[in-house]
Design a protein. Structure first.
Length: 290
């Protein structure tokens, strides 16, 4: 009975907990595969930069139409795509690397977003954009997150082979196929879509957490890509459930609670996984041989 009250009753008795669980499931299935490829392509910090870069678009959508899901989503997607593609264009036409150009555009976009928020006169209404509202998801928000998750899974499946090749040997992909630009920009589009989806539940400040932390944890445990993708999605879902329960039984906000559990899973993996800090130092037993 105690176990039921702790783990089952919150979801059985409260509709907002079930909605939060559904949103977390959609994010776990749609966003974490993108996070795995961000990790493999050494673009983890790009996800954090773009998650902040969508702020001015969401703020402009709010100023134009109020708390309109469509306007804020469209504004966030447009802002994220502008930053990503502008950074890519600068990297290909100048001597700046993509990470440097992305950092410049990200800082500029973040400054514009903070200026818009501070001058709007209605800052409190935008707190859920910054910190998320996973326990306040309505039907429209859930449908949007589920739709983006489905698009992400479908897009990742279509681009899977060129994404794998580009992650490990981009020069080879450019040499043997014309799919390299499509894979690169298609992947960036998927990353932006998932970050915009994530900010509705976790906010722009933590949306990237559910993409990168489970992927980093899975990378420490798994060597095969298929295992890594499945493990990352599973860890994200478990962290979502545990974070929601932690928020329900304590005063910790749900969004930060989910990311805290993701972070705890990463720290445990960092210590105990075969590729972590402790396991490689364990003495290996020598087998007797004749």
């Amino acid at each position: 009975m105690i176990l039921y009250d702790l783990f089952i009753a919150p979801f059985a008795d409260f509709d907002f907990m079930r909605r939060g669980l559904a949103g977390t499931l959609a994010l776990a299935l749609g966003a974490t595969p993108v996070g795995v490829f961000l990790l493999l392509r050494r673009m983890s910090l790009m996800g954090d930069a773009v998650s902040h870069a969508i702020l001015p678009g969401a703020a402009l959508g709010y100023l134009a139409c109020g708390l309109s899901l469509g306007a804020m989503t469209a504004g966030g997607i447009i802002a994220g795509l502008i930053v990503v593609f502008a950074a890519g264009l600068v990297a290909r036409t100048s001597n700046l690397k993509e990470d440097a150009s992305l950092a410049a555009f990200y800082l500029l976009s973040l400054a514009v977003g903070i200026t818009i928020v501070s001058q709007s006169g209605r800052n409190l209404d935008l707190l859920h954009v910054l910190f998320g509202s996973v326990l306040a998801l309505d039907d429209a928000s859930l449908l949007l997150i589920a739709a983006i998750g489905s698009i992400s899974l479908f897009g990742t499946a279509i681009l899977f082979r060129p994404l794998v090749l580009e992650s490990f040997d981009p020069a080879f992909l450019r040499a043997v196929s014309r799919m390299s630009p499509l894979a690169h920009y298609g992947f960036l589009l998927l990353a932006v879509l998932n970050l915009v989806s994530g900010f509705h539940a976790l906010g722009t400040l933590m949306a990237v957490g559910i993409m990168i932390l489970p992927a980093a944890s899975a990378r420490l445990w798994a060597r095969r890509l298929s295992t890594m993708l499945a493990l990352a999605a599973g860890l994200a879902l478990v962290a979502g459930v545990a974070g929601l329960l932690l928020s329900f039984h304590t005063n910790v906000p749900a969004g930060p609670a989910i990311i805290l559990v993701c972070g705890l899973a990463y720290l445990v993996s960092l210590l105990a996984a075969p590729s972590g800090l402790i396991a490689p130092r364990w003495p290996k037993h020598q087998h007797l041989s004749s």
